[in-house]
Write a protein that binds this ligand. Sequence first.
Ligand SMILES: C[S@@+](CC[C@H](N)C(=O)[O-])C[C@H]1O[C@@H](n2cnc3c(N)ncnc32)[C@H](O)[C@@H]1O
Length: 263
Amino acid sequence: MSSWMVNVVAGLFVLLSLTGLFFFVLTRGALLVRGFSSTQNSAKSHVYPLYSDMWLIKLVDFQPIISAILLFQYSTLVSKIVAGLGATSLKNKKVLITSCAFGNVIPRVVDAAVQSGAEQVLIADIIRNELDHAEGKLGQYAAKVAFVEDNATAMTQQEGCADANVIFFLLHELPHDLKDKALREAGRMLATGGKLYLAEFHRPDVAILRLLSWTYFKVFEPFGLALWDTHDPVKCLNELGGWSCERQTYFFGNFQVITATKL
Ligand SMILES: C[S@@+](CC[C@H](N)C(=O)[O-])C[C@H]1O[C@@H](n2cnc3c(N)ncnc32)[C@H](O)[C@@H]1O
């Protein structure tokens, strides 16, 4: 190998390592440190600093970075949710987005909801800075959108207030007992016949992807692996009862979008 190739490979290795370290410090590393401090019992103690500090939110929230983290499936996953909203009449109805997310999912979901006639889109997040950041992406829809500081695992909105509820990659970040609570609350917020759109990681079909994915969860997001088995969202929703679930998987089974109708 020529010396310039060695330099390129070494440069890429250093860049990837530093990126990994950066995300580790702001995700799992922070949770480990918090585990030793007195703040560990607050309702927000599972939330990574990546979602709390405005400058970090702004630093990371770039579509190419976010798409790369989801192995360039981001747009496809959002499109599935958008298609579901587009196929539903939401005239004079309310749509809930439970927790913010990076990238363009929120503007795309809000646009789809408004196009389908929704009277209001309510965006709920436990972190004020996330809501403020989301608001900055939604200028043209300002009249139709409301922002509330609320906890997905103990919602304070009126029961049955929404006809669609979108939860984008929240469950894998919640401790297991909170995953169950979030699903129960997602149902409580929906009117009968309303739809829950849940995008998440899923157990990959291919061994090599399973190994990479397992390593990713072990290092960065320890609450995520349970989605493969004990806390498979479809299994949990069926155990809760009162749901009809459809699941579509993507990229060799690595991701899923669940459309669950409240019966
Ligand atoms: C949906 S998840 C992350 C999704 C994905 N990693 C991304 O951003 O593309 C992150 C969001 O969930 C919010 N969040 C975490 N726990 C929450 C809870 N219990 N209730 C409401 N929002 C919560 C965080 O504040 C953050 O805005």
